[in-house]
Design a protein around this ligand. Structure first.
Ligand code: SF4
Length: 370
């Protein structure tokens, strides 16, 4: 078993600041032990539960993850179950969490773990890091929390706390700065409590050393050693390069319902790569007209306008509904019943403004509900 093949080199910042900050680590551990949040994956921190929780928590708030985690664990209680589940059912379990490639990577990794490691995650940083969807942070979190290995886990919360503790004005989006901070975290890591230390730093960032505001330094167990605590500088750190502006797309979304007694809705499968790769969607176009492959005419009913923000794109959507006699779906399309929508046809959150009404629209006469 190896913690990692090569520990991060102790650079100048790590060497200098770890000597100054190390004496405060016990106070951080005490603070965490006395008041840590209750979280379901902390109740039984098996490697599988830690792994799934860490993947779900990427780019997603804890409160949003909680109901998904419980449902996921109930349906897919172990790695072999995750490796076998149908992709559509997996997407249904992930529906609404966003960043769907996380779920696909999770399953690809589960299949590798089942084939190569007998269905149990390997207790080794490098072997974890080699699995799909597991980067430096996630490998460090699983290795330290689930296996007790002395590996740092540096996410956005930890970067912010470390930047403030050290008073660093370096841009934390730069890889070299992240490496410096990772080396500092590794230097501070107590070898007997690596998982608690990593979780304590993260939780301090979530609950006390808050982003984009004045942190709550009065409640901080590290205030005695912090370079900027209780000063206006705290709210200005960390420094990060401004994000690129998002591309704007104006999309027209079509809710196409069949006029059968048991109504169905027409869905389209997105291409296997790119944004929302391989997911089902409501048909939509950038040019305002119906997709040319759909044999639909007649007057639509105007639906609400909607907006969805992805990391690099903003969709401004105008919706129209058609009720039509069912036709043979062109390649890539499928008529989907209300029952299938409940179990294994997930629609991305981008379409929520329309999708949230589908159960009602599929259950009653079209004219009554728009
Ligand atoms: Fe953050 Fe304040 Fe604690 Fe420093 S003292 S780590 S700024 S909460």
């Amino acid at each position: 078993m190896s913690a990692r093949s090569k520990p991060p080199a102790k650079n100048g910042l790590a060497a200098k600041e770890s000597r100054r900050l190390s004496p405060a680590v016990p106070a951080l551990l005490d603070w965490f032990s006395a008041g840590k949040r209750w979280l379901p994956w902390r109740e039984a921190p098996t490697p599988y539960r830690v792994w799934v929780s860490e993947i779900m928590l990427q780019q997603t708030r804890i409160e949003a993850v909680l109901p998904y985690f419980e449902r996921f664990m109930k349906d897919l209680p172990n790695i072999p179950a995750l490796s076998r589940v149908s992709p559509d059912r997996l997407m249904k379990l992930w529906e609404g969490l966003g960043y769907y490639s996380r779920a696909r990577h999770l399953q690809a990794a589960a299949q590798i773990v089942t084939a190569q490691y007998g269905g149990s995650l390997p207790p080794d940083y490098d072997a974890l890091r080699a699995l799909p969807g597991i980067g430096d942070y996630t490998a460090g979190a699983i290795a330290s929390i689930a296996f007790g290995l002395p590996t740092p886990a540096v996410d956005g919360n930890v970067l912010r706390v470390l930047a403030r503790l050290t008073g660093s004005r370096e841009d934390i989006t730069r890889p070299a700065v992240r490496r410096e901070m990772t080396a500092l975290a590794a230097a501070l890591l107590p070898r007997d409590h690596p998982g608690e230390f990593n979780q304590a730093l993260m939780e301090l960032g979530e609950r006390v050393c808050l982003p984009n505001t004045m942190p709550d330094c009065d409640r901080c167990p590290l205030s005695a050693v912090c370079a900027v605590g209780h000063t206006p500088d705290a709210a200005e750190l960390p420094v990060r390069a401004p994000k690129k502006t998002r591309r704007i797309e104006n999309r027209t979304v079509f809710v196409v319902l069949s006029d059968e007694p048991q109504k169905r809705v027409l869905l389209h499968r997105r291409p296997p790569s790119g944004l929302l790769a391989g997911l089902w969607e409501l048909p939509n176009t950038l040019h305002g007209a119906l997709p040319p492959e759909l044999p639909i005419d007649g007057e639509p009913v105007k639906l609400t306008d909607s907006r969805h923000i992805f990391s690099h794109i903003e969709w401004y959507m105008t919706g129209y509904a058609y009720t039509v006699a069912p036709f043979a779906p062109p390649p890539g399309y499928e008529w989907v019943s209300a029952a299938a929508l409940q179990t294994d046809r997930a629609l991305p959150t981008a379409f929520r403004a329309y999708a949230q009404h589908l159960p009602e629209w599929l259950a009653v006469n079209r004219e009554e509900c728009v």
